[in-house]
Write a protein that binds this ligand. Structure first.
Ligand code: FMN
Length: 379
C-alpha cells in the first residue's frame, strides 16, 4: 500500500513529501522531478513569489545509488523565501481562504492557518507525483495535464500525438493545447491584473495505457473514481471534479452516454486487450475500476482568493470593518494548477497500481503485471 503525506509551511524552511510503500529498484531521475517543479512555478498571471523560488528537489531518504530501496522516501523542496519567524500576524481575514475559520477552529493565529493552507504545499505533492510518474512510466503509462478553459474563454484541445501535444502545451503561456485561444487568454489576464481582480478556469488530465482493473467495485473506499475525486478536490482552490462526461452525462439520454463494447483481436496486445469502444464518455472508469480506455479527469479552479483590490472583511481584533489583507499574490494560477492535478492524478494511479500489482520491488511488480495480462487475455 502506498501512503503519502506532506509537511511544511509556505514561508518555513522547506516542504516535505513522505512516501511509504514505494517499491524497491526504481532508478529515479531527479531532473524529471525538478522539471515538474519548474512547470508548477510557471504560467501566465503568477505573482512575485514565483520569481523568488527556483524549486529543486533533494531526496533525503529511501534512495541509494540512485535507486529506491523500498523504505520510506522523503523528498525535500527548500524554501528560498524562508522568513516565517519574522512574519507578523494577519488581522484581517481574507474571504475565500481558511483564515477566519482556521483561527477560530484552532483558537490561534491566522498566520498559522494560512501558512499551511497555502498552495505552496503543492510543491511537495508535485515532487511526489513526479516520482509516481516515473514508476508508471515503467508500465508505459503516460499522464498529461493541460488547461482547457480560462474563465469564459474555451481552449479545446487539438487532436495530435502526445509528443506534439507536449510541444504545444510547453510553448503555451497558459499550458493550453490551443494556440488560437492563448492570445485571448493573455489579454484577459492582463485586464484582470489591471483591475486588481483574479481568474480561475478548468484543467484536464489524460492518462493513457492503463490496464484493466485499477481500483475496485467491491467497497466504497477502493473505488478509483472516488479516490481520484478526493485527491483532486483536496488541491487548493479546486471546487469541482469530473470524470469523462461528468455533469454533461446528466443532460443526455443513456443512448448518448454509455460506451458500446466491441472486440478487435488485432489489438489484443494493447492494455485494453482488444476490448475497444467507439466513445470514451465514461473517461476510462466504470464501477470504480479502470476499463482499459484513457482516463480523463477535469477540475474546476476558482479565482484566486487574495485580490489586489481587496474584498470587505473585518479586523479580527477590533471586529470593525476593514479591507481584507493583501499579500503578494497570483492573479491566475491555472497553468500551475494543471501541473498539480496531473501529478496528483499520477500519485493516485501509482497507489492503485501498487495495490493491484504491488510487491516489494519493481521487478516483482512487473512480473505480476505481465502475469495478469496473460491471464486476462485467456479470460
Ligand atoms: C497553484 C495555486 C496557486 C495559488 N496561489 C494563490 C495566491 O497566490 N493567492 C491566494 O490568495 N490564493 C492562491 N491559491 C488558492 C488558495 O491556496 C486557496 O484558495 C485557499 O487555500 C483556500 O482553499 P480552497 O479554495 O480550497 O477552499 C492558489 C492555488 C493554487 C492551486
Amino acid at each position: 500500500m502506498l501512503r503519502f503525506f506532506t509537511a511544511g509551511e509556505s514561508h518555513g524552511k522547506m516542504l516535505l513529501a513522505h512516501l511509504d510503500g514505494f517499491p524497491a529498484g526504481l532508478t529515479i531521475d531527479t531532473t524529471l522531478i525538478d522539471r515538474e517543479l519548474a512547470r508548477r512555478q510557471g504560467g501566465y498571471g503568477r505573482g512575485g513569489r514565483q520569481k523568488l523560488e527556483a524549486d529543486t528537489v533533494e531526496v533525503l531518504t529511501g534512495v541509494w545509488h540512485g535507486a529506491t530501496l523500498g523504505s520510506p522516501i522523503v523528498l525535500c523542496v527548500a524554501n528560498q523565501d524562508d522568513k516565517l519567524e519574522r512574519m507578523k500576524e494577519v488581522e484581517r481575514p481574507r474571504p475565500g481562504h481558511g483564515d477566519l475559520t482556521g483561527a477560530i477552529k484552532y483558537l490561534g493565529p491566522i498566520r498559522g492557518v494560512l501558512e499551511r493552507a497555502s498552495a505552496r504545499e503543492t510543491a511537495a505533492r508535485v515532487a511526489a507525483g513526479a516520482l509516481a510518474q516515473q514508476l508508471l512510466g515503467e508500465f508505459g503509462v503516460t499522464v498529461f495535464g493541460y488547461v482547457t478553459q480560462l474563465e469564459q474563454i474555451a481552449a479545446p484541445p487539438h487532436a495530435r500525438t502526445l509528443t506534439e501535444l507536449r510541444t504545444l502545451r510547453d510553448a503555451s503561456p497558459m499550458y493550453t493545447l490551443n494556440p488560437e485561444a492563448d492570445a485571448r487568454i493573455v489579454a484577459r489576464v492582463d485586464q484582470a491584473t489591471a483591475a486588481g481582480d483574479t481568474l480561475g478556469g478548468i484543467v484536464e488530465v489524460r492518462a493513457e495505457n492503463l490496464p484493466f482493473g485499477l481500483g475496485s467495485h467491491t467497497q466504497w473506499d477502493r473505488k478509483l473514481d472516488g479516490l481520484l475525486a478526493q485527491a483532486v478536490m483536496s488541491i487548493q482552490a479546486i471546487k469541482g471534479v469530473e470524470i469523462g462526461l461528468g455533469f454533461e452525462a446528466a443532460r443526455r439520454p443513456g443512448s448518448q452516454v454509455h460506451d458500446e463494447i466491441a472486440y478487435d483481436e488485432t489489438q489484443a496486445n494493447r492494455p485494453h486487450l482488444g476490448y475497444v469502444r467507439t466513445t470514451n464518455n465514461a473517461g476510462g472508469l466504470e464501477a470504480g475500476m479502470t476499463n482499459g480506455q484513457p482516463l480523463v479527469v477535469r477540475a474546476a479552479m476558482k479565482p484566486i482568493s487574495t485580490l489586489r483590490r481587496p474584498l470587505n472583511s473585518i479586523n479580527l481584533r477590533t471586529k470593525e470593518p476593514e479591507a481584507a489583507a493583501y499579500e503578494r499574490s497570483d492573479v491566475c494560477a491555472l497553468a500551475a494548477c494543471s501541473v498539480i492535478v496531473e501529478n496528483v492524478v499520477a500519485l493516485t494511479l501509482a497507489a492503485a497500481f501498487i495495490e493491484k500489482f504491488g510487491g516489494d520491488s519493481l521487478v516483482e511488480m512487473k512480473s505480476r503485471y505481465a502475469a495478469f495480462l496473460e491471464l486476462a487475455r485467456q479470460r
